[in-house]
Design a protein around this ligand. Sequence first.
Ligand SMILES: [Zn+2]
Length: 311
Amino acid sequence: MPGSLGHINSWLLDDEDGFVPVDTGMKIKDCSDEWKAIFAGELAGEQATRVICTHLHPDHIGLAGWLCKRFDIELWMTRGEWLTARMISADPRTEVPEAFVTLQRSCGWDQDALDDMTASGWGGFRKVVFEMPMNYRRLKDGDQLSLGKHQWRIVVGSGHSPEHACLVNDADGVMISGDQVLPRISSNVSVVLTEPEADPLGEWFDSIEKLLLLPNDLLICPAHGEPFYGLHARLISLREEHHRRLDAIEAALTDKPMRVVDSFHLLFNRVIEGRNRELATGEALAHFHRLEHMGRVTRTVEDGVFWYRRA
Ligand SMILES: [Zn+2]
């Protein structure tokens, strides 16, 4: 993968007549070359029986359509992830929509930053995602999948993406966690254009409580980083990290009101610029929305810009 992550883990599950890739990598040459080498090497003569994607982000579904075509198999996803992926990939726009400019302006972006963003265009998703199949097989929370000798249970989380599927093998004590639980970095929890008033951080907290009901001794196989033990400690530390950020914003709101962009130094320990600005804005806005839902801040809109004050 390009960028600071550098890689994604695709997990291969054993099935009766072959194997099942879970998450695929982006539609970039590096990723498809890796797959081709594996298909000609370790998996020579083996057949994929289906493709499973934990969620819609391009590093997870980028080559799903390609794998489905290559092996003539079906794509399995939750409905929320599937529909969102199809919606984004069907958007033919190449220019940044006005609604997105409005949203970024409301978070406090200045004209230079807005011009920068509009100059870089729209439709990046389609560039790194192979054409999706026309139909899919639905995964639902609580579903049991029989793959070969193994049972995998679907556990849905939310906040990083709409309906993220984790796969839990209770008998063997293994969980494929996608981006819902990562060992070192904290997953991006962002407000996105399709639902600008959503409360993804609220959904993220709810999902942490739900995942805390899973056994603590599962081997967690994440999409980024190494497999690890210690699910509960990791979930609690992720929960605390977000609560610390919420507290930091509230504490900084003394008598002066604040815009979303004014909170970056409280939330991130790096300079925010370029493409990172969009991610940082979405993540910061998620924290302000959560504080607003909790009744800890109030928002006024002045000249199209959100200003937050302590409630
Ligand atoms: Zn993701």
